[in-house]
Design a protein around this ligand. Structure first.
Ligand code: ZN
Ligand code: ZN
Ligand code: ZN
Length: 128
């Protein structure tokens, strides 16, 4: 198999896995689920590319681990514009996007927001 088609398969599989989750997924969990489809370096490169293409976004969990979740409203040509909360469960360790509860935050004059990095820690519905 050529390198290009291997990368295409890795990309499809990674995007599929991220889109199939209700919660964000970390690089290491993703690597486990890929079951040898590609190595860590390839996974890393694919993730970088998907972030650049506005298909997924990064979320830093309360424990400092970077997770990835699908983008719903970002387009290829624009930058990531996220105005949603991320909820980090202290019990099961999952992190998810809360996109159906829009947030309205007011900033002082002459401050212009491009991205919101809001992570709330607590207990998720499954653990409550
Ligand atoms: Zn995005
Ligand atoms: Zn939980
Ligand atoms: Zn998100």
């Amino acid at each position: 198999m050529s390198k290009t088609s291997r990368n295409t398969i890795a990309r499809q599989k990674i995007l599929e896995l991220i889109n199939s989750k209700k919660t964000a997924i970390s690089h290491s969990s993703l690597q486990e689920e890929l079951e040898g489809v590609c190595d860590r370096v390839t996974t890393y490169r694919v993730l970088e590319r998907l972030v650049n293409e506005s298909l997924i976004h990064r979320i830093v969990n309360v424990n400092g681990v970077v997770n990835y979740a699908p983008c719903q409203t970002c387009s290829h040509k624009e930058q990531h514009i996220h105005q949603h909360i991320h909820f980090s469960c202290i019990s099961c360790g999952t992190i998810r996007c809360i996109t159906d509860h829009p947030i309205a935050i007011t900033l002082p004059e002459n401050y212009s927001a491009t991205e919101y990095q809001l992570t709330i820690a607590g207990t998720c519905p499954e653990c409550l």
